[in-house]
Design a protein around this ligand. Structure first.
Ligand code: 13P
Ligand code: ZN
Length: 283
């Protein structure tokens, strides 16, 4: 079977192209990883080579030792993924200690997994355990509006969650637990990986200050949809703040935020709703 006909590989490639079309992936910005199921791994196995060397990560966690991931390449462009998958993406295997990877397929001509692979790996371990194995996707992008908000809102989960919930009716339904926020850090480092993992213990999505957004999900549609919903709400917030010269006349009320979450089977994170400073920005 041709590896490009495996539906997980096709879904991965499609998300890369969709993210590019949204304008979230300038140059090599952003990255995507997907933990393959055993069946998908078997379907891809005829294309694997197992003679490549192991490369150590900056982190080690045995939680997903032996797992197999689809990954975007470091320095490779989301825009080019649909045109040349074997060059721009690859499949890697994690060693038996959870501290190194080796390339099984793709990343041709000297490629390696995204520089954020350590963040992705630690978050995969955490979310996979927290969801009984359901979580498979980690997606990082550079959407402009959520990043713009990191220059004007306090860098707290409550300020961001409440501001987003107040700004678009879908939000309390899509992410009732809220979003986490990590202060600015150098990209690709173990420090950012550890801070993201910590935030992911509570939230499906984490804002990286002055950088972008990191989301998780069980499948490509859910992860992409979460990225899209958060960015859309941030866009509405920024446009409203700009139109109102920083003043919002009204927002979705707290009780409305609660009611939307409950109407769709969720429970709003009351701690964030009570603590959010988003409401202080309107009269
Ligand atoms: P990579 O090209 O290594 O994936 O880096 C892009 C990026 O967005 C870093 O945060
Ligand atoms: Zn980035």
């Amino acid at each position: 079977m041709d590896i490009l006909s495996v539906s997980a590989v096709q879904g991965f490639i499609r998300l890369c192209g969709d993210g590019w079309e949204q304008g979230w992936h300038e140059r090599n910005g952003g990255n995507l990883t997907y933990r393959l199921t055993e069946e998908e791994t078997e379907a891809c196995r005829p294309a694997f080579r197992t003679d490549r060397p192991w490369t150590p990560m900056h982190v080690e966690d045995p939680g997903l030792a032996g797992a197999v991931f689809l990954v975007t390449g470091s320095g490779r462009y989301m825009r080019n993924v649909p045109l040349d998958p074997a060059f721009n993406i690859g499949i890697v295997e994690i060693d038996s200690r959870g501290g190194a990877w080796r390339i099984l397929w793709g990343l041709e001509r000297g490629g390696k997994p995204t520089s954020e692979f350590d963040s992705h790996y630690l978050c995969h371990v955490l979310r996979s355990q927290a969801t009984g194995g359901a979580c498979r996707v980690m997606y990082h992008a550079h959407p402009a509006y959520i990043t713009a908000l990191t220059f004007v809102l306090p860098l707290t989960a409550s300020a961001f969650s409440r501001a987003l919930w107040q700004s678009e009716t879908e939000c309390p339904m899509v992410f009732p637990h809220g979003v986490g926020v990590v202060e600015w850090m150098v990209p690709g480092g173990a420090e950012l990986a550890e801070a993201t993992r910590k935030a992911m213990a509570e939230y499906d999505a984490v804002v990286w200050a002055h950088h972008g957004l990191f989301v998780s999900g069980p499948d490509f549609d859910t992860a992409f949809g979460l990225m899209h919903t958060i960015e859309k709400a941030a866009q509405i917030r920024v446009l409203a703040l700009a139109a109102g010269q920083g003043r919002l006349r009204q927002v979705i009320p707290d009780q409305g935020i609660r009611d939307v979450a409950e109407a769709y089977g969720g429970t709003i994170n009351e701690t964030l709703l009570a603590g959010g400073e988003g409401g202080k920005q309107h009269e």
